[in-house]
Design a protein around this ligand. Structure first.
Ligand SMILES: Cc1cc2nc3c(=O)[nH]c(=O)nc-3n(C[C@H](O)[C@H](O)[C@H](O)COP(=O)(O)OP(=O)(O)OC[C@H]3O[C@@H](n4cnc5c(N)ncnc54)[C@H](O)[C@@H]3O)c2cc1C
Length: 446
């Protein structure tokens, strides 16, 4: 018997290489779908369970059709004034006032501090977030954190792709209200399911999310291990992607007691080799459909102060109120910053998403429908994207990955960081020129 929604999901999303691995299709599939890992890439497969894959597995998918204009109207009742940021009611830089929360976090511990506040003021009874090492030391899995301690166990960023929304399977039966933390595609899917009034998202009352530039497959960690002569991830007893002083470092503790580390900006050498296709595809950097989104406050002013600073965008009146309440109660140290200043901290990444993604989409045999696009992109900017395309294509070759694993680690990270800075310097004018002035147009459904 035909399995309509599975056939459609396969044809429109999986076979077109558009799946972002958010986890929703599996989460709402009533066990008719599962994930199978292939070289760090998680792909939905059909299980043996009889019956049809539910319609929500297809309709809730954010990979092929994810019309931001419609979703903005649904969530905020309006379109963004600024398509680089999405709807923003207030922009801030700050950190958790409690130093232990701040230090536990990836940047300023702001997401964790907000979750703790929402929990302690009984605005939520739990929060969906991601915990590394709950069952397997190196794996992240979505959990519902119901205490301050459980929230802090989930603090920090997980840079290996993890389909958080598989947890939707259990949410329908959970008591609410709940907060939810996810990446842009995961959040977009939650919003699509809320539009559909799907029971699995009924209890989600507040959505937070990190900015997301790039994400890697778990093969990045395997490659890093091989560079150190470790052949299996089963040797790992603890994995932290951003340990220690901000901006933090990758820290892997092994069964034999050794601790492997790499500075954040050195560990980034793995990005060109193991970046997910969804990082290249998604045009949403600042997690535009959340109530509050949070990134690193990359600015010499804050970096020189050290300790950890986050840039925070509040997108709804309720979100702004939560931040203001927390500031008044000395739970968050918050400085108001102009949105332009907040966006200037991430000029390169905004360009990578708001122009780069749309150029890259033109090269796809089947492009996703995000419902808007830049009205024009200069030929110089398209040329930069061709250079990046060639670079990533070389990076994805097995021989390139093999070579980098066999170069001395002490050289690779710093050399990559130097190259990154040179490239950023060389392309700064082309990439930033006109970015703020870029005009976007809403387009009709395809
Ligand atoms: C894959 C990825 C890419 C990123 N890229 C950028 C970037 O390019 N520029 C930038 O400024 N910031 C980026 N960030 C955001 C940044 O790393 C911090 O997450 C953000 O500054 C919030 O820090 P915090 O200290 O306030 O959060 P914390 O208090 O540390 O809380 C973080 C919360 O996010 C959840 N979380 C962590 N990883 C994931 C994940 N993979 N999926 C779903 N939930 C998760 C945690 O469970 C936790 O609840 C990225 C984050 C991720 C996960």
């Amino acid at each position: 018997m035909a399995d309509q929604w599975w056939d459609q999901l396969r044809r429109d999303v999986i076979d077109c290489n558009l799946c972002t691995q958010c986890g929703s299709c599996v989460g709402v599939s009533q066990q008719t779908l599962a994930f199978k890992e292939d070289h760090g890439i998680m792909l939905p497969i059909r299980t043996e369970k009889s019956g049809q894959v539910p319609e929500a597995s297809y309709r809730g998918c954010p990979a092929r059709v994810c019309r931001y204009p419609d979703l903005n109207r649904f969530v905020f009742g309006k379109l963004p004034r600024n398509w680089l940021s999405g709807v923003v009611e207030g922009s801030f830089v700050g950190h958790a006032a409690d130093e232990s929360v701040r230090r536990a976090g990836a940047s300023g511990g702001v997401i964790s501090a907000i979750l703790i506040h929402l929990l302690e003021t009984k605005q939520i009874v739990g929060a969906v977030c991601l915990q590394v090492g709950k069952t397997v030391p190196y794996r992240a899995e979505p959990v519902i954190a119901r205490t301050k301690e459980e929230i802090l166990r989930c603090a920090q960023s997980v840079y290996s792709v993890t389909p958080v929304n598989t947890i939707l399977e259990t949410l329908e039966k959970e008591e609410g209200p709940l907060a939810y933390v996810g990446l842009p595609d995961q959040v977009a899917s939650i919003r699509k399911l809320q539009q559909l009034k799907h029971p699995s998202v009924r209890n989600i009352a507040f959505i937070l999310g990190p900015y997301m530039g790039t994400q890697m497959t778990f093969d990045a960690i395997r490659s890093f291990l091989r560079s150190h002569g470790i052949l299996s991830e089963e040797e790992i007893t603890r994995l932290k992607y951003r340990a220690g002083e901000w901006p933090g470092h990758l820290e892997i503790t092994l069964k034999d007691g050794r601790v492997l580390t790499a500075e954040k900006f050195h560990y980034n050498y793995l990005i060109p080799f193991f970046m997910t296709t969804s990082s290249l595809q998604l045009p949403d950097f600042t997690n535009e459909l959340t109530d509050i989104s949070v990134g690193d406050a990359w600015s010499p002013k804050y970096e020189s102060r050290r300790g950890g600073y986050s840039v925070i965008l509040a997108r709804s009146a309720r979100a702004t109120q939560v931040l203001k309440d927390m500031r008044a109660q000395n739970l968050l140290t918050l400085e108001d910053v102009h949105l332009d200043e907040a966006l200037a901290m991430h000029g390169h990444m905004l360009d990578f998403k708001k122009r780069g993604s749309f150029i890259r989409m033109r090269w796809k045999p089947v492009a996703p429908d995000y419902g808007y696009r830049p009205t024009s992109i200069s030929p110089a900017r398209v040329f930069v994207e061709w250079c990046l395309r060639a670079f990533f294509a070389v990076g994805s070759l097995r021989i390139s990955r093999w070579t980098v694993e066999h170069l001395p680690m002490g050289l690779v990270g710093p050399a990559f960081n130097l190259l990154r800075k040179i490239w950023k310097g060389m392309t700064k004018t082309t990439k930033r020129k006109g970015l703020r002035e870029t005009e976007f147009e809403v387009c009709s459904p395809r």
